[in-house]
Design a protein around this ligand. Structure first.
Ligand SMILES: [Zn+2]
Length: 174
């Protein structure tokens, strides 16, 4: 696996956005996008302590689950995170049989989880739109509301973009 996982995750999220998003609609319609890619997003009451999971079996469509008792913003992030697992497994590693289970509180944090979180942040908070609001001086509260994410997710995205700033304008279409 590449050492620059965050870069892979962001690039793959950008690929998904350019193929499945109109570039305008906010919040990004993550459930629709997930469905189009082949992961059916489902709201469910999950076993204690879980906030999300994804199951993919050979010859079956993938299903992702987000905990029904959590807020809409949390579920949106969960669906984006699970979609990140799917993209990483199916697209990047050509794996056809896998599952991930995500707890409500961060537990073991490994490269798969790092990838899925970075992917989710980049998918739900498209870089250009996010940076534009930041540069405009909008508050994180306004930003979180605009992108349909929790304040915590918006703060984390800001930190991640500060730690690993986006490449200038390279590769951007005219
Ligand atoms: Zn996960």
């Amino acid at each position: 696996m590449s050492k620059l996982i965050w870069r892979d995750a962001r690039e793959h999220a950008a690929d998904v956005l350019s193929n499945y998003w109109d570039g305008i609609t906010l919040p990004v319609p993550v459930a629709q996008i997930s469905e189009k890619i082949g992961v059916t997003p489902l709201k469910a009451f999950l076993p204690d302590g879980l906030s999300g999971m994804i199951i993919k079996r050979p010859n079956e469509a993938a299903r992702s689950y987000a905990e029904a008792s959590e807020s809409e913003t949390r579920r949106r992030f969960t669906f984006a995170h699970e979609l990140g697992h799917y993209v990483e497994r199916v697209d990047v590693s050509n794996d056809n049989d896998f599952s991930f289970v995500d707890g409500r509180f961060p537990g073991r944090y490994n490269l798969h989880e790092f990838y899925a979180d970075e992917f989710a942040g980049a998918l739900l908070m498209p870089e250009r739109q996010f940076m534009r609001m930041l540069e405009h001086g909008d508050s994180l509260i306004d930003i979180a509301a605009r992108f349909g994410v929790s304040l915590d997710a918006a703060r984390k995205r800001k930190e991640r973009l500060e730690k690993n700033p986006p490449d200038s304008q390279v590769g951007e279409h005219a």
